[in-house]
Ligand binder design. Structure first.
Ligand code: ACO
Length: 371
């Protein structure tokens, strides 16, 4: 389907899927690893447990499992896909792209593939890019997979970060919406501010060893310096308090700009699907937007922060739970390292075969909400 000149197609999400590795790491397990407590982690973050990838799993393999579920729920096969976009900051390697690993694993032999890295805003960025391929008619069916293996870049001796992150993958299939059918991404807002890069970063094998890279606050690989957080090269380094502060402001501003651009009010939103970082960040954001908390989807108590995977995992769980109806407006909003942030509104169109989605686990035994 190629749009008439000057006319863009509307994109619908026709399939969703997720994959979470089997191994569960609870807060009580972490109590045996670093000086922390279940109570502290639950009160400060809302997280109770997270998943950890097995040795033979990676962002590529987990992304492929999520992609297979997304294809099944869309009633499609890998060979139907024209383009695979991977959103990850923990790729299988520097190259090939994780999207290319996924493309091969799902048998998308006709598809091109590439990765997007915008840290925790990666999925929203990839969704926006994929949607534009569909809207322009350049690709008819696009698979977008957010997949992260953060357990391999966490410093397991740093209690300030290791309690927050987890592994997993989520995926969506994008297709053109037919006339009269719900669908469309309204007013995507994507922003970044590289001057805030040193609030949250992980070095890579090709990082600068001196000069501008080092001057920006990013230490050279192997440079232990005076800061114990810098002892482990390539691990996540975070200024938690400042990330917290910027996250609330950034998510609020992005959501407000997105709603204004789409001519919508917060009251028009059926369900908000935020990046799952911290329950206190999400509660403050919901208050700023005057969104009641029952309209803000949260599953971070079970999975922690899975970066670019968190929104598609949450979306797949919300669909499996029957939380969305055709025509609902879903506000997606994220922030992440970079600093990057963004928001978009998706008009929900429903997936073709929701019964193909795996069941969502029940609530955790201790359901006391964090204060
Ligand atoms: N257990 C026990 N105590 C801890 C722990 C822990 N796991 N971690 C830190 N503390 C201590 C600190 O050392 C500090 O002690 P001190 O007062 O003696 O110095 C005290 O707890 C308070 O520390 P704060 O950093 O002020 O705690 P805060 O209430 O800010 O919570 C947290 C910390 C949870 C990290 C919070 O700042 C936060 O969530 N920030 C945003 C993190 C985030 O969302 N990151 C990812 C964003 S982007 C992306 O997704 C990649």
């Amino acid at each position: 389907m190629t749009p008439a000149p000057g006319r863009l197609l509307r994109t619908r999400i026709s399939g969703v899927g997720r994959y979470l590795p089997e191994r569960v790491l609870t807060n009580h397990d972490l109590e045996r690893m670093v000086e922390t407590s279940n109570e502290w982690i639950v009160e400060r973050s809302g997280i109770r447990e997270r998943r950890i990838a097995a040795d033979d799993e990676s962002s590529g393999t987990m992304g492929a499992r999520a992609a297979e579920e997304a294809l099944a729920s869309a009633g499609l096969r890998g060979s139907d896909i024209d383009l695979v976009i991977g959103a990850t900051c923990t790729p299988d390697g520097m190259f090939p792209a994780t999207a290319t690993v996924i493309q091969d694993a799902i048998g998308a032999g006709r598809a091109s593939s590439f990765d997007v890295n915008a840290a925790c805003t990666g999925f929203l960025t990839a969704l926006s890019v994929g949607s534009q391929f569909v809207a322009s008619g350049s690709a008819r069916r696009v698979l977008v997979a957010g997949s992260e293996t953060l357990s391999r870049v966490v410093d397991w001796t740093d209690r300030g970060t290791c309690v927050l992150f987890g592994d997993g993958a989520g995926a969506v299939v994008l297709e053109p919406a037919a006339d009269g059918e719900p669908g469309g991404l309204a007013s995507p807002v994507l922003r970044s501010d590289g001057a805030l890069g040193d609030l949250l970063y992980a070095r890579g094998p090709a990082s600068a060893r001196s000069g501008a890279g080092a001057a920006s606050g990013v230490p050279a690989a192997g440079d232990n310096g005076a800061d114990p957080l810098r002892a482990v090269a390539s691990c996540i380094v975070m200024d938690g308090r400042n990330v917290f502060r910027h996250a609330i402001t950034a998510m609020t501003e992005a959501a407000q700009a997105c709603l204004a651009g789409a001519g919508l009010e917060a009251s028009d939103i059926a369900l908000c699907m935020p990046h799952q970082a911290n329950v206190r960040i999400l509660s403050a954001f919901a208050r700023n937007l005057e969104l009641s908390e029952d309209r803000v989807y949260m599953n971070l108590e079970r999975y922690g922060n899975t970066s670019a995977a968190s929104i598609p995992i949450a979306l797949a769980e919300a669909v499996a739970e029957g939380r969305l109806a055709a025509g609902d407006r879903v506000l997606m909003v994220a922030f992440g390292g970079g600093f990057t942030w963004g928001a978009t509104v998706v008009e929900w169109s429903g997936v073709r075969e929701p019964e193909r989605l795996s069941a969502v686990p029940g609530p955790l035994p201790s359901t006391a909400p964090p204060p």
